[in-house]
Design a protein around this ligand. Structure first.
Ligand SMILES: NC(=O)CC(=O)C(=O)O
Length: 277
């Protein structure tokens, strides 16, 4: 297989201490880079516990806050593309978002995705979460063109809404990058199925980057970071512990799969359409 993109996922354990999280992220990014990765992805809320009430005190501006500056420097030092998972972002009006900043190999800020769908749920297992208690929703689709690949960014719950992935794919996205933090209720039930389904539906690569399970955290992340190819095959996956995972993406696979099974061409747009507002 001809590889043209080696993608690394830092499945890090997030703790209730920003400086420790930043140190761990940098260490794991460097490890991925030493393994030859030219695109490295962090998980959702990698600098902050995944707790609504923690978001305001951990929030920072993007791209000039402490975390963004560290990511930019690390991307430049390692000469990699870096998808900065997500962090709580505070804007000039004091609004807080769940946001994913992306940096290029010169450290340049390439863009930012603000989570569009907020995770407000009361699960039968007893797990309740209400991101909207402290966060606002983003209003944009996020496409990051790079010479290596065109990336589309989704954050966690966004993956459950197929319209978003389809719109991104129809706009030329080749790799859906999904920093996420599914939990031990929804993770075993839905995580792998959703990642593989979005890959199969859209015939794109899907990269799911999750935190490792932290047994002392209030929210138990499921881990199981994964890379899926456009046929829905799992190229790399892991369990719940801290690890750096990597996979080689051969982007020509997208055209091969689309040629053999022309799903996107076979859509009946005379019967139905998907409109971006
Ligand atoms: N944490 C999320 O945003 C989403 C999630 O855990 C799920 O959809 O399940």
């Amino acid at each position: 297989m001809k590889a043209n993109l080696r993608i690394g996922i830092c499945q890090m354990m997030v703790v209730d201490d920003k400086e420790s999280n930043l140190r761990k992220a940098r260490e794991m990014i460097r490890k991925a880079s030493r393994q030859g990765c030219n695109l490295v992805v962090l998980p959702e809320m990698f600098n902050c516990p995944y707790e609504s009430m923690a978001f305001p005190s951990y929030a920072e501006p993007i791209p000039n806050g402490e975390t963004s500056l560290l990511l930019s420097r690390t991307a430049r030092d390692e000469h990699i593309y870096l998808v900065g998972g997500s962090i709580p972002e505070i804007d000039s009006g004091g609004r807080i978002f769940n946001s994913c900043p992306v940096f290029g190999p010169d450290g340049q800020f390439l863009g930012c995705h603000r989570k569009v769908h907020l995770f407000d749920v009361d699960l039968e297992s007893g797990l309740s979460f209400r991101e909207s208690d402290t966060l606002k929703a983003g209003n944009n689709l996020t496409i990051i063109p790079t010479p290596a690949a065109t990336l589309g960014i989704l954050i966690c719950y966004d993956i459950r809404f197929p319209e978003l992935s389809r719109l991104l794919s129809l706009s030329g996205v080749q790799v859906l990058v999904v920093p996420a933090a599914f939990n031990t209720t929804t993770g075993p039930a839905h995580w792998e199925i959703l990642l593989r389904t979005r890959a199969i539906d859209n015939q794109v690569f899907v990269v799911g980057a999750a935190p490792a399970t932290n047994p002392v955290a209030s929210y138990h992340a499921w881990g199981h970071s994964m890379v899926v190819d456009p046929w829905g095959s799992v190229l790399a996956s892991t369990g719940s512990t801290e690890t750096v995972l990597w996979a080689d993406l051969d982007l020509s696979r997208i055209e091969q799969v689309r040629k053999a099974l022309p799903l996107l061409r076979h859509r009946r747009t005379d019967l139905y359409t998907l409109k971006r507002r």
